[in-house]
Ligand binder design. Structure first.
Ligand SMILES: NC(=O)c1ccc[n+]([C@@H]2O[C@H](COP(=O)([O-])OP(=O)(O)OC[C@H]3O[C@@H](n4cnc5c(N)ncnc54)[C@H](OP(=O)(O)O)[C@@H]3O)[C@@H](O)[C@H]2O)c1
Length: 246
C-alpha cells in the first residue's frame, strides 16, 4: 500500500497500536481520522496530535458502523484507507462461562466490525485512488492463548477473512494488508493488564518500514515465528504458551 497522500480512517485509534499508527501516517503527511468509544481518550489523542480528526463511535453496533461510513465519506470524500484496528481482549474461564453478552461483545468488536466495515467501505474504496483495507490480527491467529479463547478465535477468523478478501479483490485497485502484532505493551484488555511484550514505539517503527516497503503482511518477533510455523512448531508453540495446570 501507499503510505503517503492518503486519507486514513483508523478504528480504535485513540490509544495503543492505532494511535502509534495514526502518528506515523500523520508524520508522513496523510490525513488521519480515528474513532473510539471514549470521548476523553479521543480528546487526549487530539491534544497530543492536533492534526488528528476524531469521531466517537462504538463499532460493536452495526448502526454506528453505518453512521461512521456515512459521516466519514461525507466529511472526507477522499477517504481511501480503512484500518480495522479496534479490539478488546478478554480472559475467559470456560469452566465458569460468563454471560453470552460478554462473549458476544468480543465477537462483535473483533470480528463482526471489521467484516461489516470492509463490506460497507468497499464500494466507496473502489472509486478512490490507491485504496487499501488494513486489518489488525495477531500472532495468536496461528496458535491460541487458551485463557483468551474468544479473542484468539476472532483473530484466527479475521486472518482467514483477510486472505479471502485479498484474493477476491485481486484485480481491483484495493490493497489488503494484514498487521500481525506479537504481544505489544499497550492497554489491551484494560490498563495495566498488558504491560509485557514489545515496546510500542519499536514495534511500530518496524511495522511502518514494512508498510513502506509494500509488505502485505507485517510481522514482528513472535508473530514472525508463529506466522511461518509448520504444524509441529505450532504444537510446540501451543504447549509453550499454555502450560498444563496441575
Ligand atoms: N497489544 C497487543 O499485544 C496486541 C497483539 C496482537 C494484536 N493486537 C491488536 O491490536 C489492536 C489494537 O489493540 P492495542 O493493543 O493497541 O490495545 P488498546 O490500546 O486497548 O487499543 C484498542 C482500541 O480499540 C478501541 N475500541 C475497543 N472497542 C471499541 C469499540 N467497540 N468501538 C470503537 N473502538 C473500540 C479502544 O478505545 P475505546 O475503549 O475508547 O473504544 C482502544 O483505543 C487490537 O485489534 C488488538 O487485538 C494487540
Amino acid at each position: 500500500m501507499k503510505t503517503e497522500s492518503n486519507t486514513v480512517l483508523i478504528t480504535g485509534g485513540a490509544s495503543g497500536i492505532g494511535l502509534a499508527l495514526a502518528e506515523k501516517f500523520l508524520q508522513a503527511g496523510n490525513t488521519v481520522i480515528v474513532c473510539g468509544r471514549r470521548e476523553g481518550k479521543l480528546a487526549e489523542a487530539k491534544a497530543r496530535l492536533p492534526r488528528l480528526h476524531t469521531r466517537v463511535c462504538d463499532v460493536a453496533d452495526p448502526k454506528e458502523r453505518e453512521a461512521l461510513r456515512a459521516w466519514a465519506i461525507r466529511e472526507f470524500p477522499a477517504l481511501n484507507v480503512v484500518v480495522n484496528n479496534a479490539g478488546i481482549q478478554q480472559r475467559i474461564a470456560l469452566r465458569e462461562p460468563p454471560a453470552w453478552e460478554k462473549l458476544r461483545e468480543e465477537l462483535a468488536i473483533n470480528l463482526d466490525a471489521p467484516i461489516h466495515l470492509a463490506a460497507l467501505f468497499i464500494p466507496h474504496l473502489l472509486t478512490q485512488k490507491d485504496p487499501a483495507i488494513v486489518n489488525v490480527t495477531s500472532g495468536l491467529a496461528f496458535s491460541p492463548l487458551a485463557n483468551t479463547p474468544v479473542y484468539s478465535a476472532t483473530k484466527a477468523a479475521l486472518r482467514s477473512f483477510t486472505l479471502s478478501l485479498r484474493h477476491q479483490l485481486t484485480g481491483t485497485p484495493i490493497s489488503v494488508v494484514e498487521i500481525i502484532p506479537p504481544a505489544v505493551d499497550t492497554d489491551l484488555g484494560g490498563v495495566g493488564l498488558h504491560t509485557f511484550g514489545a515496546p510500542l514505539g519499536v514495534f511500530m517503527d518496524s511495522v511502518w518500514e514494512q508498510l513502506k516497503s509494500g509488505s502485505q503482511e507485517t510481522t514482528y518477533g513472535f508473530s514472525a515465528e508463529s506466522s511461518r510455523a509448520g504444524r509441529e512448531q505450532l504444537d510446540a508453540i501451543f504447549k509453550r504458551m499454555n502450560p498444563v495446570q496441575a
